[in-house]
Design a protein. Sequence first.
Length: 110
Amino acid sequence: MRKHPVFAYEMLSPIHYLVPALDIPYGHHEKWDGTGYPRGLSGDQIPFVARLFALVDVWDALTSDRPYRAAWPEEKVLDHIRSLVGTHFDPQVVKVCLESGLLKGSKKIE
């Protein structure tokens, strides 16, 4: 499972028109604090689009029903995301997404 960003990068990189978007599959499991994978990038080393997609990916995963669990209630997902600001997620990305309403039902981070 932890190798899927590398596999995606390797499979998609020969497709010329996808090259500009490779930061997304390659970097969306990196974490703001450097504990992610596959490269252990941290902070601004993580491409912006990957930092944004990481948030979207978690939002989608937790608000969607899965075969192994029901979707979480929206407020629980928002609380979970807020709890990961500065470790998993870029604080500014979360702040902008919450304040702009990009995450449905969002509230400002104080």
